[in-house]
Ligand binder design. Structure first.
Ligand code: IVH
Length: 716
């Protein structure tokens, strides 16, 4: 690439620096303050501008540039690195008495009657990290190393992954350092967590790939931070909360700098320096007030977007911390108050097999009622047949049950000791559908067993619930109970279907006692007021409201209708892509598999299921009926460029400036398609650094190979 000399008013270096400053500021507004000012598109446009400039001037690329979050992968796993100062753990208190005993020990270690202030912080349930900042050019501090706790003395160097966490500054400006009262060398410690939403998304993806789910967000965060693929880490959306600040990068250096006055000042300094500090922290002057904070934290626990497992209480004044010192592994000046465990031990009484919308059969554990964290738990998911094997669980076993946030409780292990004898009966997975009797099928490469009978009543029930749900056709009033009523179940039948009476549930699920008003999702649109009025506890008002909601749902866009059809593998994103690409139900119904695979994100597997769905006569009839009722069957087509239309690209290796996703987006926006594997049909392989077997394959097949510059040139 040509090294141009600066010819404009602003030198390229100055333009690059200005863009970086702007981007850093907006990243801070977005990821730390959660108060975005730019739209995503504005952000992307500036980022692309910076990338383009950096591509023209590769000699000006620095490690702390906002473009450099996702870099090359660590070659040989993670190096072991000694901590600058030991990373301690905390002693625990499990109840009020233990907390008060700690406060007394603190008082005993100080002068008689000396006042103590405490800082109360949430105890975030993730894993701790140490981030080391060193001097960069022109008075700034740059992130050099990110270490896991390891054994407290030696951690693992996970810098490449830490860099992808957007709330971790890669760069702290000289002004921010001055505001925070910091020199250019310091260390920040804190907790990396995987927010609940990101955790759920990760598990949904794992499930789609036929992998077992991660047990909880902490394990998921720990696994993610040790992933060898920074691209994947970047997509997971980890968050880092800073809670501890150390001056200098070793004890000697720190000794030469002013002492931080208190933990509350350290938190403030961290905020000033641009770190994400948890907003729920409070400085208080008595143990009563600490208890008040604990009660508040407990109350807000379920509403937080990440998991916490307690409250950390620290003596605020650093002078007092020094006098209190340490015991073996933990400081005397801090304690972790742990919330009561959200786990319990109970007996597995039975296993039900639930049939879902796609026919997937899920084993559900029926448990002897047990109170866990204030909620009575009677059910837990067993996920799939493999999970039963993995746990080695038998009927009548005692099992340990965990309840996290608002996820379905799960069984974590079998408990077997003198008080908890093992059960004897094996759990037998059914070979036939418990609702319709059809033989269950396990597809190659999948862990789940499925009922493939499209008219299975269990599937209809789930299909209806899905169709009416908020994210699909959004028909308020058509919830679980109403669906069951429409299918002919009386309210009394539904009552015995509550968790308290598992056996009754199995029986009641068999045959509804009334005539069903609905036999397919299209029937929802022919329901009349008179019919609705025959249902229990449905009066004029309820009936009118429901009919109005049903009428309104006809205005839902095509992508929602597609989603509502419940085609396997067609989730929100795919439905949207299909609607945008084809612009109408008709065009989609006639699309060939080849045309389908040309769409963003649609591979042969999805294309085949879509094709299969629309070739089925029953499904086509359903679609025609929906058309007749006036549902939305057209959508605005997304205009895509045509520069690359008809061309298929395969990306491999690490590109100098673009991430995989970005390269993919650019190609798709220009009408091209990105595929995962090289074949004779591949038009170009775009290879970056450390390209492996795909590049070899391209060479074997004689497929043209481009570098990033070549791709950008094609895009113009
Ligand atoms: S302070 C010497 N503050 O809990 C100070 N730790 O059980 C050490 N943790 O290893 C840590 N939230 O991983 C501190 N606000 C918080 C915390 C916190 C979570 C974790 C941390 C620590 C463990 C100790």
């Amino acid at each position: 690439m040509a090294h141009q000399r600066p010819t404009h008013d602003l030198t390229p270096e100055q333009s690059i620096e200005a863009l970086r400053e702007e981007l850093r500021h907006h990243e801070y507004l977005y990821y730390v303050l959660d108060e975005p000012v730019w739209t995503d598109a504005q952000y992307d446009a500036r980022m692309n501008q910076l990338r383009a400039l950096e591509a023209e001037h590769p000699e000006l690329v620095t490690a702390d540039s906002p473009t450099q979050r996702v870099g090359g992968k660590p070659k040989e796993g993670f190096a072991k690195v000694a901590h600058s100062r030991p990373m301690l753990s905390l002693d625990n208190a499990y109840d009020e008495a233990e907390l008060r005993a700690w406060a007394e020990r603190v008082a005993g270690g100080l002068a008689l009657g000396e006042a103590v202030r405490y800082v109360c912080e949430l105890k975030l349930d993730g894993l701790s990290l140490a981030l080391q900042y060193e001097a960069g050019r022109r008075g700034v501090a740059v992130l050099k190393t990110g270490l896991t706790r390891g054994d407290g003395a030696i951690g693992e160097d996970v810098t490449t992954n830490v860099r992808t966490i957007r709330s971790v500054p890669l760069h702290v400006s000289a002004e921010a350092l001055a505001r925070a009262g910091l020199s250019q060398r310091f260390e920040v410690r804190g907790e990396v967590v995987l927010p609940q939403k990101a955790f759920e998304r990760m598990n949904a993806e794992r499930e789609a790939q036929g992998l077992g789910p991660a047990a909880n967000p902490r394990n998921a965060a720990a696994g993610t931070i040790r992933t060898l693929e920074p691209n994947i880490v970047a997509q997971r959306r980890l968050e880092f909360f800073a809670y501890f600040l150390l001056r200098g990068l070793d004890a000697g250096e720190a000794a030469g700098e002013p002492v931080l006055g208190s933990q509350s000042e350290a938190l403030q300094a961290l905020r000033e320096a641009g770190f994400l500090v948890n907003p729920h922290a409070r400085t208080v002057e008595s143990i009563e007030a600490v208890l008040g904070f604990i009660a508040e934290a407990d109350a807000m626990r379920d509403g937080l977007p990440y998991e916490i497992d307690g409250v950390v209480i620290k003596v605020d004044a650093v002078a007092q911390q020094r006098r209190l010192g340490f015991t073996g592994k933990a400081p005397r000046w801090a304690i972790a108050y742990k919330f009561p465990a959200r786990a319990g031990v109970t007996r597995l009484e039975d296993v039900l097999f639930q049939v879902g919308r796609t026919g997937k059969v899920t084993p559900v554990a029926v448990l002897a009622p047990v109170s866990i964290g204030g909620t009575t738990v009677t059910r837990a998911t067993l996920h799939n047949p493999d999970e039963i094997v993995r746990l080695g669980v038998r009927m009548d076993d005692f099992v340990s049950v965990e309840r996290g946030g608002d996820v379905i409780p799960k069984i974590t292990e079998v408990v077997a000791d003198a008080k908890h004898p093992r059960g004897e009966r094996e759990i037998v997975f059914p070979t036939h559908c418990p609702r319709c009797g059809e033989a269950l099928v396990r597809e190659v490469g999948e862990v789940d067993l499925r009922c493939v009978n499209v008219s299975c009543p269990a599937r209809l029930e789930e299909e209806l619930r899905h169709f009416a749900s908020r994210g699909v056709m959004n028909i308020e009033g058509l919830g679980e109970v109403m669906v069951a009523q429409l299918l002919g179940h009386t309210l009394a039948e539904q009552e015995v279907r509550s968790p308290e009476d598992a056996e009754a549930e199995v029986d009641a699920a068999e045959e509804p006692t009334r005539r069903a008003l609905v036999h397919s999702i299209a029937d929802v649109y022919k329901l009349t007021k008179d019919e609705l009025l025959t249902l229990e506890r449905v009066g004029e008002k309820t009936a009118d409201a429901l009919l109005e909601q049903i009428e309104r749902s006809k205005k839902q866009p095509l992508q929602r209708v597609l989603l509502g059809l419940g085609i396997r593998h067609v989730g929100e994103r795919t439905a949207q892509a299909l609607a945008e690409e084809f612009g109408s139900m008709d065009a989609l119904m006639e699309a060939t598999e080849e045309e389908l695979t040309r769409v963003n994100d649609i591979g042969p597997k999805v294309a085949a299921t879509v094709r299969e769905f629309f070739s089925n006569v029953r499904n086509r009839k359903l679609v025609e009926r929906l058309r007749g009722y006036g549902l939305t069957f057209t959508a605005e087509r997304k205009v895509r460029g045509t520069t690359l239309s008809g061309l298929t690209f395969v990306l491999t290796g690490t590109l100098p400036t673009l991430t995989r996703d970005e390269a993919k987006e650019l190609i798709e926006a220009a009408g091209g398609k990105v595929s995962g594997s090289v074949s004779k049909k591949t038009s170009y392989v775009v290879a970056g650094e450390e390209a492996g077997s795909k590049l070899e394959k391209a060479e074997q097949l004689g497929v043209a190979v481009l570098d990033e510059a070549g791709l950008l040139a094609m895009l113009g």
